[in-house]
Write a protein that binds this ligand. Structure first.
Ligand code: M6R
Length: 614
C-alpha cells in the first residue's frame, strides 16, 4: 500500500529519498514525508497531498545528512493530514518510524502507552511503534545492539502486517527494518545501502538486491547488510540481480497493473479482515457506530453503487437478508434519485464505492440522507467525499487500485459486507451461532482459497486463447452465482470488448435463449447447493441448443462434468462465501482474452477509473 525508501551511505540523502518516492508515485498515495539525520538530530519534513508539496517544503527548509527514510502514505487509519503523514516520532523526537501495513492491536497499545504518559500527535496505528521502541530503549542498557533489541521488543508486542523502518538518533550509522507480510527489499551499492518497498525506487542506484522475508529484521549500514530473524539469529540471503526495466518494476514484474492487482487479492483480503474478527469470533467494525436500538429497529437496508461496486452490493443484499433478516434492496445509483424512493429514518442506507468519489453514488447517498436515513459508506479511499459525508464507515483496505477494471476492490467489498452481515446477524440474534462460526472460520481461510484459485491461471489462459475471437458469450447463475455472472460479464466487456451478457439462469427461457446457437460459449456458475439441480437443468437447455458450456464449480463436484464441456474447478468454500472465490477465474479469463486481443488492459477505451460526472 504505502511506499517506503531508506538510504544510508556517503551521499546527501534527501534527493535520493525524494527521487525514490517519485518512482513509487504510481502506487497512489495521499501524503508524503522524509526524516533525515542532520548533525546528530532527526529532522522530519512531511505534508498531506502530492509529493510536490513535500518537495516545496524541503526547498524552503532543506535538510542535509547521509542517512534518511521516506514514505508515501495511503491512509488506512486517520484521514490524510500533515500530522498523519509518516514519519512518526516518539515523545523525544529521537526515534522515527515509517510503516506500511496495519497494526491490528494498535488501540489497546495506544491506550496503555497514553496511560504511561506518552503523547500522541497523530491518529495513525504507526505512531504506537515509535512509542513502543522509546519504551524499550529506556529499559535497555547502552550497547551497540540497543537499537535492534528495542525494535525487536517493540515489534513483539504488535500483531498485524507490516514493513517497519526505524531511525534512531543514538545510532546514526544505521537503519533498522522489520518485515511481516508487507514487502521490503534491500539494495547494495558502493559504500551505500538502500531499502524500499518496491524495486523501482532502487533501480537508479543498484540492481543488486536482497529480499527480506516475513519475520526478519534487516540492519543496514553503509558497508553492510545484516539479516536476522526476530530473535536475532543471522540469516543468509543471496544477492539477486534485477533485470526488469522501470515499467516492469512498477508492475512488480507483471505485464499489467490489472494482473498485479488480481494477484494481490489474497493479501488485500487479509488486510480487510485484519483486526476485525476477535478471538471469541465476534466482528469488530471500528467505524460502524450505529447504536443497538437503531440496528434492532431497522426495517430496511437500502444499498446503492455503480458498476462493480453494484455487483458487490447485490451479494451484500443477499447476505444481509439471509443473516440479519432485514429486507434489503439495491439500486443502481444513477437510477435511485429519479424514482421517488421510499427510504426514511428506519432505513440504513449503504453506499459502496472504491473511490468514494463516484458522482452518481454520492448523489444517491446524499438523497438517502436528505430523506432521513443513516448512511454507511463502504469505500477504499480514506477521507474520500463519501467517507466524509457518512455516519458510519467501513473501509475495505484494498490498497491503491490502478487498473481501470476493478478486481481487488470487488473482493474486499465482498469481505467487508460478509463481516457486516455477520455483525448484524449477531447483534439482531437472527442467525444460528453455528452458521456464524462457520462463516467466520471460512472468512479467515478465504485469502488461502483465493490464492489457490489463482493457480488456475494457466488453464484459464488456455480457455481465453480458445475463445478470443468469439462474438458474444453468456454467463449464467442462480442465487449468489448470478451477481458473480454479472461481474464476470462486466470484466470481459470492459477490457476485451467482447459482447457478453449475464443472466439469472432461470431467465434464459424467457427470451435470451433465442441467441444461443451452436458453438456459443456459456459460462455457468454452479456453486450454490440449494439451486444446483435447477442450474443443471438450465445448462441442459443451452446444451440442447449447441452451446459450449464451461462450468465454474467446486473442485469436489463429481457430477458436473457429465453436463458440460469443461469445468473450472475452484476450492470448496461455504456457499455464502463462494462469490469471493468464483470471480477469480472470470477475472483471469477477461484479462487473458483482452491480452490475446492486444488491448490496452489497464486503460480500456472510453473508460475512466473514477467517474466524477453524472
Ligand atoms: O469508485 P467506484 O467503486 O464508485 O466505481 C464504480 C464503477 O465506476 C466501477 O466499479 C467500474 O464499474 C469499474 N471500472 C469496473 O471494473
Amino acid at each position: 500500500m504505502c511506499g517506503i525508501i531508506g538510504y544510508v551511505g556517503h551521499r546527501d540523502a534527501l534527493p535520493i529519498l525524494l527521487d525514490g518516492l517519485r518512482r513509487l508515485e504510481y502506487r497512489g498515495y495521499d501524503s508524503a514525508g522524509v526524516a533525515v539525520l542532520e548533525d546528530g538530530q532527526i529532522v522530519v519534513r512531511k505534508a498531506a497531498g502530492k509529493l510536490a508539496r513535500l518537495a516545496e517544503l524541503t526547498q524552503r527548509a532543506p535538510v542535509h545528512g547521509q542517512v534518511g527514510i521516506g514514505h508515501t502514505r495511503w491512509a488506512t487509519h486517520g484521514v490524510p493530514t500533515d500530522e498523519n503523514a509518516h514519519p512518526h516520532t516518539d515523545c523525544t523526537g529521537d526515534i522515527v518510524v515509517i510503516h506500511n501495513g496495519i497494526i491490528e492491536n494498535f488501540l489497546p497499545l495506544r491506550e496503555r502507552l497514553q496511560d504511561h504518559g506518552h503523547h500522541f500527535r497523530s491518529d495513525t496505528d504507526t505512531e504506537v511503534i515509535a512509542h513502543l521502541i522509546e519504551e524499550a530503549y529506556a529499559r535497555l542498557p547502552e550497547t551497540p545492539e540497543r537499537m535492534e533489541t528495542a525494535v525487536r521488543q517493540a515489534i513483539a508486542q504488535t500483531t498485524g502486517a507490516y514493513a517497519i523502518v526505524v531511525l534512531a538518533r543514538e545510532h546514526p550509522d544505521r537503519i533498522v527494518a522489520v518485515r511481516q507480510i508487507s514487502p521490503l527489499i534491500v539494495g547494495r551499492g558502493r559504500g551505500e545501502t538502500l531499502l524500499a518497498s518496491d524495486v523501482p525506487a532502487l533501480l537508479p542506484h543498484t540492481r543488486e538486491v536482497m529480499i527480506i522475508e516475513d519475520g526478519e529484521m534487516a540492519i543496514l549500514t553503509p558497508e553492510r547488510v545484516t539479516i536476522t530473524d526476530l530473535s536475532g539469529t543471522p540469516r543468509h540471503r543471496p544477492v539477486q540481480h534485477i533485470t526488469w526495466d522501470a515499467e516492469m518494476a512498477e508492475k512488480g514484474g507483471y505485464p499489467h497493473f490489472m494482473l498485479k492487482e488480481i494477484h494481490e487479492q489474497p493479501r488485500a483480503l487479509s488486510d480487510t479482515i485484519m483486526g476485525r474478527l476477535d478471538v471469541e469470533g465476534r466482528v469488530e467494525l471500528e467505524g460502524v457506530q450505529a447504536p443497538a436500538e437503531f440496528v434492532t429497529a431497522l426495517d430496511k437496508v437500502w444499498m446503492t453503487a455503480c458498476g462493480t461496486a453494484y455487483h458487490a452490493a447485490l451479494v451484500g443484499r443477499w447476505l444481509i437478508e439471509h443473516l440479519a433478516r432485514i429486507p434489503a434492496e439495491v439500486d443502481l445509483a444513477s437510477e435511485f434519485r429519479y424514482r421517488d424512493p421510499l427510504v426514511a429514518g428506519t432505513t440504513w442506507a449503504i453506499a459502496i464505492s472504491q473511490s468514494g468519489e463516484t458522482a452518481d453514488t454520492l448523489a444517491a447517498a446524499r438523497e438517502a440522507r436528505r430523506r432521513g436515513s443513516r448512511l454507511l459508506a463502504i469505500t477504499n479511499v480514506v477521507g474520500s467525499t463519501l467517507a466524509r459525508e457518512a455516519d458510519d464507515l467501513l473501509y475495505i483496505r484494498a490498497g491503491p487500485e490502478i487498473a481501470v477494471a476493478s478486481s481487488k476492490a470487488y473482493l474486499t467489498m465482498l469481505a467487508a459486507q460478509i463481516m457486516l452481515a455477520i455483525d448484524l446477524g449477531q447483534r439482531r440474534g437472527t442467525a444460528a451461532p453455528e452458521l456464524l462460526t462457520d462463516l467466520i472460520h471460512g472468512l479467515r481461510a478465504l485469502p488461502g482459497k483465493v490464492q489457490a484459485a489463482l493457480a488456475l491461471e494457466e488453464s484459464v489462459a488456455a480457455l481465453a486463447r480458445r475463445y478470443r475471437d468469439v462474438e458474444h458469450l453468456f454467463f449464467i447463475g442462480r442465487g449468489l452465482d448470478y451477481p458473480v455472472a454479472m461481474e464476470g460479464s462486466l470484466k470481459l466487456k470492459e477490457i476485451s470488448y467482447v459482447h457478453s451478457e449475464a443472466l439469472a439462469a432461470g431467465e434464459l427461457k424467457h427470451g435470451t435463449l433465442a441467441l444461443v446457437t451452436p458453438g456459443v460459449p456459456v459460462f455457468a456458475l454452479v456453486t450454490q447447493g440449494h439451486v444446483y439441480e435447477k442450474t443443471v437443468s438450465n445448462i441442459q437447455e443451452v446444451k440442447a441448443r449447441g452451446a459450449e458450456v464451461v462450468a465454474v464449480a467446486y473442485e469436489d463436484d463429481r457430477s458436473i462434468s457429465r453436463h458440460v464441456d469443461q469445468v473450472i474447478r475452484i476450492p470448496r468454500v461455504h456457499d455464502l462465501l463462494a462469490p469471493v472465490v468464483a470471480i477469480v477465474p472470470l477475472q483471469l479469463f477477461a484479462y487473458h482474452v483482452a491480452r490475446e486481443r492486444g488491448h490496452d488492459i489497464d486503460q480500456p477505451r472510453n473508460l475512466a477509473k473514477s467517474v466524477t460526472v453524472e
